[in-house]
Write a protein that binds this ligand. Structure first.
Ligand code: CA
Ligand code: CA
Length: 1251
């Protein structure tokens, strides 16, 4: 049937309309009743809104236009317009201009009617909307992005219309469009036959919806009020009706962008003027609140324009205009919400916030007096910046009710506070909170430090924090914003005069003890750029903040190893010394500066600094004070004296500025300015538990979680701080847990998930943390993941693993390349054929361990989720398995292979693994893990990487993109892995320590692994020389870096030979010819606790691997009684270490080698302790039978040749593994295997600032 063309349809150019005669009211009624919208639109529900009804005392209904296929009512008008086109017009096509929902309606309708549409959208339209329009378009249609704004796009539309003869589909100013929207009025009437409708609310942009709905209702049931709702900042219809003519707004607010129209249509205006009862304008806050109200009743998030009607309805009802109990209807007109705006909406939806600006006296304690008047109401924001007396504060709080709000304000008034209620001040709410204060002048910030604090958010937490603020330091900036998060964050500026800095540190330490964590932000760019005034341009031509921030530069918060220099927290009393002792090597000007600041009062005499030529080679010191004083008073070779005057801040500040400048010029990043704040994994000792062999609690012959729990007190006494558990996740145990079937479950062999939780809790009570073994490279072939992947080639998890059809060579199908399984066996291929789906799958290890495909982002995310699962349970972190194996060469290239080698070794050992290991992209995956773990605060990842030192260090990442907190150091354990090392030669140790210390980047924390479940025990490698094994552990326990103890090594437990018939390890089973060297069972036999039955490990007659018969002498119980036993030496070294946490944080500076006067069996490692003022050396006598005599004073001074400017230092014996009376370090004799620590300081300062 051909569409009837009404006589008025002469043209429809907005702005240039020239209707011959406009449709009459009855014609509109007719057009609405006959509108052809139901081909593509649905008759939307009229949804009863219980919450809104309760709130208003009316029966409130929402007309759910958000449920149309394009999520808004616009499709009604667009379709009704397009369907009415003549055949000729349809062939010409249409055009439209829109930045939003109209475009979607046009695209959808054009597609439904097979019409070509050109839709013009401003280039600035968000992608989400452009994509939506494209999604609805047919092939004949086109979305054209043009111009910077709607007007420009509209001009292009007009041009297209003229050039191509297309028909414009106007968004509102067209009778057929208006009639299409009018069908909503018709439906509302049909749907409310049982209701007593008082009013219907419609949003207004151009006015099409309101005009249509009003035209219908006023024609059929004029008693129903029709009310239009506009945003307060784009009320074009309201203004026009008021002026009785169409007016154009100079600007429109864009929040309700779907209804942001500067000028309504002349036809919509005409209709509204005739039919509309009233207009209401609403604020942004009201719109946000309406979005929330609608959400409560429908669980749908409306776009701002879509919620306008609801906001208006609320305003109407709550202002008392509605008759109680009658029915109110709002058209929920659209749900195309930009997801990015949700945060803003949710923040603003809360209209219960009261915002005030108030002046309080600028004095300590004024804050809390003020806050007490608001308390216990919830404070959502609190901002302050020093600006002189009185101080201005911005505060937001939530009152329980309007009365409560009034009461709070009255209380403030009563206490004499002069405040401003900002609740209705849009500028204040949007920007005021971030503008409070701004830059403070230098005279107010010269002693200011900026700190961020975090603490658990709960009622009253802010109050308690305010109570903790130090009364003797002035607060110069304060900002708190409640985010509804579980952690509260506060930013505080505090004025700390130089001489009070030590006291301030104590205060920070006190806060940490109270559960607050802090981080200094004084060097944060935001601070210097936005909160400080800048100085005049200095000699470098750059502007600098003035004065430069004085900083403690520290944190109690977990931070990645960073290149920033960090002063370790001062512990205990200030050392008594003659002057400031500095470490050998380069002088750390930065540290010196901080020490001056901290200890100024404690320096008992004048501080002399001699400037050298080099001090003047630096162009840009960036410090005005220094530039000032340089020409007048300072010359190279001149001694500057900073007189000692306790309490006199000025000299120390001058010194600080000078030294900071020098430090900056020296480039601390490259120097050993190490990031050391002493995380637990840096200062505590790691202990590896192999759970199958640690302690059996239920008599089945295998160790378990309850067993570990029983032995926690032993571990505590031993002095270890955290445990790494080899895998206990659910597994078929083909590789004893390194083949995981379910990453979220504990294997029943070890116990239940509850046992795991109990273990974590019990360990925590003792201050011991637990690291899980995370095995990311592969799963078990029994995992649900792999079963699904293997089920068909089209399985959604097919790509979670690595499948390949193989290659056909000479008519025979073969794996795609020569990659070998790490576990050997047969041809050794790492590709196994799957009969069912006729493809190979890849496995770096056993065929029961298919590799996960880390090129698939789903896998990457699934494994992060595994990390979060265990972190949520409270584990301290992870040891991560087989890291180099994660990704393989995407081109599957063959690896180089040495055939001769394979005669005596498993094939894998004879290949160069440059295509299956250490892929550069592995690092991105690890960065992702680190980010995941770091989100949990003080947690850690250790990595298992057998790689050359250079490659190993890459796994620390960079300070900006950190990877492992600690990649395991296998230098001592595993040189020439697979061949037992002979460590009886001191040189092996010396070289291993030296090369590791040289390779370790300055900002990274080292570690020492001496044994694990994959390598022959230390005792085996030392030919069962107990004394030497004891010495090896003692020596490494007394070096900087984290020691790692493998269970049993503390009692010098030995390998037990396991014949092939008894072996359990796949490395043994798969390599029968060479099982004795490849098998790992010998180092995995049960822990030896007592001389008794099964050594106390189990009550079973049969344990999974036999207990070593030597347990009658080698066991915990026996060794605990002997003071020189391996166990006793282990305990005493760990105890000394724990009393000196700075030891672990130090840097090894020198490992002397071929010195004539040194006995070759002495191993010496020199290092700075973490506080950078103490230098120490650990010396071991590696000779198993000879006493060696050495003059340590001479030894250490001998190292000083070339550092002539240092004075002689005093060497002191600090620790020995032997019991000794002797303390004279000249001619000290070291017993066989004895290890001593000496400390020495380099006398008085310090002629060279820069050595
Ligand atoms: Ca058991
Ligand atoms: Ca892999």
């Amino acid at each position: 049937m051909a569409a009837v063309v009404p006589r008025w349809r002469l043209g429809c150019l907005a702005g240039v309309r020239h209707f011959g005669a406009l449709p009459s009211n009855s014609e509109y009624l007719n057009m609405i009743l006959n509108a052809k919208v139901y081909d593509v639109c649905k008759r939307t529900d009229l949804h009863f809104a219980p919450s809104l009804s309760k709130l208003t005392g009316n029966r409130v209904f929402l007309k759910r236009e958000d449920t149309q296929s394009v999520f808004s009512f616009k499709i009604r008008g667009a379709y009704n317009r397009i369907v009415a086109l003549s055949a000729e017009e349809k062939a010409q096509g249409i055009c439209a201009c829109s930045a939003g929902n109209h475009a979607q309606g046009v695209a959808f309708s054009a597609a439904a009617l097979d019409v070509s549409a050109k839709i013009f959208m401003p280039q600035t339209t968000p992608n989400i909307k452009v994509d939506a329009v494209r999604r609805f378009s047919n092939e004949k249609s086109e979305v054209i992005l043009v111009g910077d704004n709607y007007d420009a796009a509209y001009a292009a539309t007009m041009e297209c219309m003229r050039n191509e003869g297309r028909v414009l589909v106007h968004p509102f100013n067209d009778p057929l469009v208006i009639a299409g929207q009018g069908t909503i009025g018709k439906e509302i009437l049909e749907q409310t036959t049982k209701e007593d409708v008082e009013a219907v609310f419609c949003c207004v942009g151009g006015g099409g919806l309101l005009a249509g709905v009003a035209s219908f209702l006023k024609a059929v049931k004029p008693s129903i009020k029709v009310i239009g709702v506009e945003a307060h900042d784009s009320a074009a219809m309201t203004e026009s009706l008021k002026a009785q003519k169409v007016v154009e707004l100079p600007t429109v607010g864009l929040f309700a962008d779907g209804a942001a129209v500067a000028k309504v249509g002349d036809e919509t205006f005409r209709l509204c003027q005739m039919h509309v009862d009233d207009m209401i304008t609403v604020s942004t806050d009201e719109i946000c609140a309406a979005i929330k109200d609608s959400f409560k009743d429908t669980r749908v998030v409306l776009e701002p324009a879509g919620a306008l009607a609801t906001a208006g309805l609320k305003r109407y009802a709550l202002s008392g205009r509605a008759t109680e109990g009658r029915c109110l209807v709002a058209v929920s007109s659209g749900a195309n919400m930009d997801f990015d705006r949700l945060r803003f909406v949710s923040e603003r939806a809360d209209t219960s916030e009261t915002h005030i600006a108030v002046n309080i006296p600028e004095k300590a304690g004024a804050f809390i007096d003020f806050y007490r008047l608001i308390f216990p109401r919830n404070v959502t924001e609190f901002a302050y910046r020093i600006s002189g007396d009185p101080a201005s504060i911005f505060m937001s709080f939530q009152a329980k009710s309007e009365e409560d709000r009034a009461a709070a304000l009255e209380a403030l008034r009563g206490a004499g506070y002069d405040f401003l209620d900002l609740s209705q001040n849009e500028l204040a709410k949007t920007h005021g909170r971030s503008l409070i204060g701004g830059r403070a002048p230098p005279e107010l910030t010269s002693e200011e430090g900026l700190f961020s604090f975090e603490f658990p958010e709960k009622p009253g937490a802010l109050m308690r924090f305010l109570e903790q603020l130090p009364s003797d330091f002035n607060v110069s900036l304060f900002h708190y914003r409640g985010h509804g998060a579980d952690v509260a964050r506060v930013l505080v500026g505090i004025q700390v005069p130089g001489k009070s800095r030590a006291g301030f540190r104590d205060y920070l330490a006190y806060l940490v003890s109270k559960g607050y964590s802090w981080k200094e932000e004084t060097q944060n760019d935001i601070y210097t750029r936005f909160l400080l005034e800048t100085s005049e341009v200095n000699t470098s031509g750059r502007k600098r903040p003035f004065p430069p921030p004085l900083t403690l530069t520290g944190s109690s918060v977990t931070e990645p190893c960073s290149s920033k220099a960090v002063l370790p927290q001062r512990t205990g009393a200030i050392p008594k010394r003659d002057g400031l002792g500095l470490a050998g090597g380069k002088v750390k000007a930065f540290y010196l500066a901080l020490h001056i600041l901290n200890w100024y009062d404690a320096v008992p005499e004048n501080l002399d600094i001699l400037l050298t030529e080099r001090d003047f080679e630096v162009e840009d010191y960036g410090v005005p004070v220094f530039t000032d004083m340089r020409p007048a008073s300072v010359k190279p070779g001149q001694l500057i004296r900073f007189p000692h005057e306790p309490g006199a801040a000025m000299p120390s500040v001058r010194a600080l500025l000078l030294l900071l400048a020098l430090a900056e010029a020296e480039g601390l990043d490259g120097e050993k300015g190490r990031a050391k704040s002493g995380h637990w994994w840096e200062t505590e000792v790691m202990y590896q538990i192999y759970p199958r062999s640690f302690q059996d609690s239920n008599g089945d012959g295998t160790g378990d979680l309850k067993g570990i729990e029983q032995r926690l007190p032993y571990l505590k006494e031993l002095g270890v701080g955290f445990l790494w558990l080899s895998p206990v996740m659910k597994s078929p145990m083909m590789d004893f847990g390194y083949d995981i079937a379910d990453f979220h479950a504990v294997d029943p062999l070890f116990g239940s998930m509850q046992d795991m939780k109990d273990l974590i809790a019990a360990a925590e009570k003792l201050g011991i943390k637990l690291l899980m073994d995370f095995v990311p490279n592969h799963s078990s072939n029994a995992s649900e993941w792999f079963k699904e992947s293997r089920s068909s080639k089209t399985s959604p998890k097919r790509d979670w693993y690595m499948w390949h059809p193989g290659v056909v060579v000479d008519g025979e199908r073969r794996p795609p390349n020569n990659w070998a399984s790490n576990f050997g066996g047969g041809l050794g291929s790492s590709w196994t054929w799957d009969e069912k789906t006729e493809e190979y799958y890849y496995h770096a290890f056993g065929e029961f361990q298919p590799d996960l495909n880390y090129r698939n982002p789903e896998v990457v995310e699934a494994m992060k989720e595994v990390l979060r699962f265990w972190l949520d349970l409270g584990v301290g972190g992870f040891r991560i398995d087989a890291v180099p194996f994660l990704l393989e060469d995407p081109e599957l290239r063959d690896e180089a292979f040495d055939a001769a080698c394979a005669k005596t070794q498993p094939i894998w050992n004879c290949m160069v693994h440059n295509y299956t290991q250490n892929d550069p992209k592995n690092h991105e995956i690890i960065q992702g893990w680190r980010e995941t773990v770091d989100q949990y605060g003080e947690r850690v990842i250790f990595g298992e990487i057998y790689a050359p030192l250079k490659d190993l260090m890459e796994y620390y990442g960079t300070p900006e993109k950190p990877e492992f907190n600690v990649p395991f150091n296998f230098e001592v354990l595993g040189q020439n892995y697979g061949q037992p090392n002979d460590l009886s030669v001191a040189k092996v140790v010396r070289d291993a320590v030296r090369s590791y210390a040289e390779a370790l980047p300055d900002w990274c924390h080292g570690n020492w692994v001496l044994g694990n479940h994959d390598n022959h025990r230390l005792m085996q490698r030392l030919r069962n020389n107990t004394r030497l094994a004891t010495t090896v552990y003692a020596f490494f326990n007394l070096l900087p870096g984290t020691p790692v103890v493998y269970q049993g090594d503390e009692i010098a437990q030995r390998d037990l030979f396991i014949p092939y018939s008894l072996c359990r390890d796949p490395m043994c089973l798969k390599n029968p010819e060479m099982f004795a060297t490849t098998g790992r069972d010998p180092e995995r036999t049960p822990m030896q606790w007592t001389p008794g039955f099964q050594s106390g490990f189990s009550t079973s007659n049969r344990t999974w691997l036999p207990v070593n018969p030597d347990h009658v002498t080698v066991n915990v119980e026996t060794e605990a009684k002997a003071s020189t036993s391996p166990l006793s030496v282990m305990r005493s070294t760990l105890a000394w270490r724990s009393r000196h946490p700075t030891l672990s944080l130090g840097s090894i500076t020198e490992v002397p080698g071929d010195l004539g006067q040194l006995n070759q069996d002495l191993v010496v490692a020199k290092y700075t302790m973490g506080d950078e003022t103490t230098t120490a050396a650990t010396v071991a006598n590696w000779n198993p039978s000879q006493v060696l005599s050495v003059d340590l004073q001479a030894l250490l001074e001998a190292q000083r040749v070339g550092e002539a400017r240092h004075r002689a230092s005093k060497v002191q014996l600090a620790f020995s593994t032997a019991s000794r009376e002797e303390v004279d370090v000249k001619g000290l004799t070291l017993a066989p295997g004895e290890v001593v620590v000496v400390t020495y300081t380099s006398g008085k300062v310090l002629v060279p600032i820069i050595a």
